[in-house]
Every structure is written in C-alpha cells, then in structure tokens.
Design a binder for this molecule. Structure first.
Ligand SMILES: Cc1cc2nc3c(=O)[nH]c(=O)nc-3n(C[C@H](O)[C@H](O)[C@H](O)COP(=O)(O)O)c2cc1C
Length: 187
C-alpha cells in the first residue's frame, strides 16, 4: 500500500538541536538545491536564501531572534528566507505568487533536511524590521522566515513548555475542516 513519505510524517518542528555537531556544507547545499527545484509561477524562482553557517551572518541572524526562540541560537546553521514583489508572478483576482512559491521551495528544503537526519525548524519569531536593517535589505524585500538547522541533541536547555512540546502528539484540525469534495470548508 502506498504510504505518505516518511519525511512528511516524521518531520516535526523540534528544538533540541545539537550545538556541537556541525552540519556539513554539502548537506546544506543539497537542501538549497532541493528548494531550488521547486515549481514556481512562470518559473520566476522568487526564493532567496541567506545561509548563516558561520561568522557574521549567523551571528546577525542569531541576535535578531525573539526571546521564545532562545533554543535556535544553538543551531549550527540558520537560514534566512526572503522574496520580493518585483519577482512576483502577479495575476488577476489577488493572486500574488512570490510568497507561495517561496513557501513551496522552503518545504522542499525542510523535507530534504529531514531526510538528512536534521531538525529543520522555520521561525517567524524574529525582529524583522531590525534584521532587515542589519542585513541592508530594501523595504520591498519580504524577510519571511529564519530556519534553524541542526542535528538532534540534548534537551537540557529546553524550557518546560518546549520539553513537553518536543514529545507531544502532532496537533492538527480534522481533515474534513480543511478539505472537502463539495465546497471549500471555510467556516
Ligand atoms: C511560518 C512558520 C513560523 C513559525 N515560527 C515559529 C517560531 O518563531 N518559533 C517556534 O518555536 N516555532 C515556530 N514555528 C513552528 C510551528 O509552531 C510548528 O510548525 C507547528 O506548531 C506545528 O508543529 P509541527 O511542525 O511539529 O507539526 C513556525 C512554523 C512556521 C511554518
């Protein structure tokens, strides 16, 4: 029987990342390559990735994480993801695809990383205006996520709440709340 991909079922937004085990450059490069193979509207490829695996870029990304993402400061690799409207495939009826395409590419990156045995955890919890300024990004650039990447490690540094979530069941709405064969199930 066909099953859902192991990377899809096994992936979780985990936080117990090993700060002492480096992620090989080739592994990160494969994640970026997987992202870059994503589909995009008119093949615009609007995704852009900034890899912080050492030095100043990693430090800058670390410094702008919000307090709740303390655990991600230990990640050996942080990847910032951005896009911009100028690279958008803009169609009628409010259909703007830059974020959509960038999200699809990011999903590829996350699944490839999961396949490589990594925790790959996207975050919205960063000071976007300040980080944009620190990176010298124009207003038109949308800095959409910073992704923590690292191998599984000790849970010692996790808060009580995060420790619990590390072992929690996955929480999802029932599938019939999001998919239907009669009409869009918006409530
Ligand atoms: C766009 C986005 C932003 C997120 N931001 C954060 C964040 O700032 N901090 C955090 O700990 N988790 C963050 N998460 C992880 C989600 O909380 C997590 O994916 C969700 O609770 C579902 O859990 P699961 O990924 O383990 O299935 C984010 C996830 C996404 C996709």
């Amino acid at each position: 029987m066909a099953e859902i991909l192991e990377e899809v079922t096994g992936r979780r937004a985990r936080r117990a990342i090993d700060e002492n085990k480096p992620v090989p450059r080739e592994t990160v490069d494969r994640m970026i390559e997987a992202a870059h193979l994503a589909a995009s509207c008119s093949n615009k490829q609007p995704w852009r990735f900034l890899i912080g695996d050492s030095g100043e870029i990693r430090e800058t990304l670390q410094e702008h994480l919000l307090g709740g993402n303390y655990w991600a400061k230990k990640a050996p690799v942080l990847i910032a993801v951005a896009t911009r409207e100028a690279d958008d495939c803009r169609l009628n009826a409010n259909r703007n695809y830059a974020l959509f395409d960038t999200g699809m590419a990011t999903a590829h990156l996350i699944l490839q990383g999961t396949r490589e045995g990594l925790y790959v955890h996207p975050m919205a919890g960063f000071d976007a205006p300040a980080l944009k300024e620190a990176l010298g990004l124009d207003d038109e650039i949308i800095l959409i996520t910073v992704i923590a990447v690292g191998y599984p490690g000790s849970e010692d540094h996790l808060s009580e709440k995060h420790l619990e979530s590390e072992h929690s069941e996955r929480s999802r709405m029932p599938v019939n709340k999001v998919a239907s064969r009669s009409a869009f199930p918006f409530e």
